[in-house]
Design a protein around this ligand. Structure first.
Ligand code: SAJ
Length: 434
């Protein structure tokens, strides 16, 4: 199938790089977002998100005239839906006394509805948003069929999960294998033809529900694996073992790859997607549910670690380093570091947070320092929460002259304990007692 013009609905972390990449590979692309401010920002040649290399690709796409942006979709050969699928913050389901989160599919629903007036025979529609199993068949297809056209017969319909790692999106879009699940084999083939525009790796065709499940299985596996690493860190502290050393030794086994403990699991993918399985089948998911509980509890263990290091938290001045959900990104969504700050404040600590990727973030109730120096000057303790490259490079010998703090607590194995002790800091690390 040949594509000349496509519409990408949702210009966030996935939709925008995807739209720009299609445009730089020769397609005419209309990028659509319901937020007029995003459209205006892009029209002014600016970007509302931080992603390595995105500026260059976007500039090329806009300058070529192949990428235009709008608040409304229009007729096209294909429509891609890349809108957020968060969970409802304050609604829960319950099964056997276990509370679980519920997927908020309103953005997928309204993006799909917006396509209906423009859908024509022979078009392709692809859902990319991470979604509960059967969303393509049970939610998207019936809405699109309000056009009078039949999914699979009159138009092609696919689910194709994005699998790109924030921080490396542009490279992974092209280099990662792509799964395309169609509601019919012909739909999957049409989806493959579309992604072949830029995907250099294998494109694998399957059915839509398998593709949805593949995506959820990937992120759920990572969540469960991080949960076991976090649980190991608690056990190591109990037994006086350094979990980081133990993990590196266990990982010498040819079939073992234990992930890293830390302050918890953040972002809008791994801490969210497992809930889609739990909601869809609460009786079949005790392990997935438990992993979520373990990872969500991790910020409390960090607070306990700080308490062990500094004594009572009341009135203590803590400088927290990093608020992003993971290293070297500016994304603070669902960040466990933010949760740690709130918990410390709840215990009466005075926190100054320093996030070099977003120093001016407006987070309710969190004092954002303008510089590292400002954050640490009056502090009693330094708390490393994110393994940003620039934090790993900090030199404790130089730092000690710039702060009152003589205690350093590392939750991500980012600092060399010997160096910090030699410089004069009392040093503590999550998952270790020495
Ligand atoms: N984390 C740990 N320990 C680890 C690894 C990660 O605590 O050993 C934490 C991170 O600090 C972060 C969270 O987990 O808070 C998630 O980070 P991540 O790098 O594991 O994943 P994401 O959310 O940035 O991206 C994931 C990726 N999925 C997988 O690796 C299976 C990516 O490929 C997906 O495209 C993305 O989710 C998505 O959009 O679904």
């Amino acid at each position: 199938m040949n594509f000349r013009k496509i519409c990408v609905l949702g210009l966030g972390y996935i939709g925008l790089p995807t739209a720009a990449t299609f445009a730089t590979h020769g397609l005419n692309v209309v990028g659509v977002d319901i937020n007029p401010r995003i459209i205006e920002t892009l029209r002014n040649g600016k970007i509302h998100i931080h992603e390595a290399g995105l500026g260059t690709v976007l500039e090329a796409a806009l300058e070529s005239g192949r990428l235009t942006v709008s608040t409304e979709p229009e007729e096209a050969d294909a429509f891609l839906i890349a809108v957020p699928t968060p969970f409802y913050p304050d609604q829960h389901g319950e099964y056997n006394g276990r509370q679980y989160k519920l997927a908020d599919m309103r953005a997928v629903t309204s993006a799909t509805e917006a396509i209906v007036p423009h859908l024509r025979k022979g078009n392709l529609v692809v859902l990319e948003s991470t979604s509960p199993p059967r969303t393509t068949i049970d939610l998207v297809a019936p809405i699109l069929e309000r056009s009078g056209l039949k999914a699979g017969a009159d138009f092609f319909l696919c689910y194709s999960p994005e699998r790109v790692l924030p921080g490396q999106i542009l490279r992974e879009l092209i280099e990662n294998a792509r799964v395309v699940g169609g509601v019919t084999p012909q739909s999957a083939a049409a989806g493959r033809d579309l992604y072949a525009t830029f995907v250099k790796a294998e494109i694998i065709e399957t059915d839509a529900t398998t593709a949805e499940m593949v995506k959820l299985m990937e992120n759920t596996t990572r969540d469960v694996n991080i949960a076991i690493a976090n649980e190991f860190s608690r056990l190591a502290e109990k037994f006086g073992v350094d979990v980081w050393e133990a993990i590196s030794l266990a990982n010498r086994h040819p079939r073992i790859n234990i992930l890293s403990p830390g302050p918890g699991v953040g972002g809008h993918c791994i801490s969210v997607d497992p809930w889609f399985f739990v909601e869809a089948a609460p009786g079949l998911t005790p392990l997935i549910y438990q992993a979520r509980q373990v990872n969500d509890a991790q910020p409390h263990f960090v607070v306990e670690k700080v308490r062990q290091a500094v004594g009572s938290l009341k009135g203590k001045k803590i400088a927290t380093l990093g608020l992003a959900y993971k290293p070297d990104v500016d994304d603070l969504r669902e960040s466990p570091a933010t949760e740690v700050v709130h918990l410390l404040q709840g215990e009466g600590a005075q926190v100054r947070a320093w996030e070099p990727f977003k120093p001016d973030a407006d987070l309710q109730g969190i004092y954002m320092a303008c510089t590292l120096e400002e954050a640490i000057l009056e502090a009693d303790a330094l708390l490393l929460l994110v393994k940003h490259t620039e934090f790993r490079a900090l030199n404790p010998e130089e730092l000690i002259a710039k702060t009152k703090a003589r205690i350093a607590i590392d939750t991500v194995n980012g600092w060399d304990a010997d160096k910090w002790r030699k410089a004069g800091f009392q040093f503590a690390r999550l998952g270790a007692t020495t």
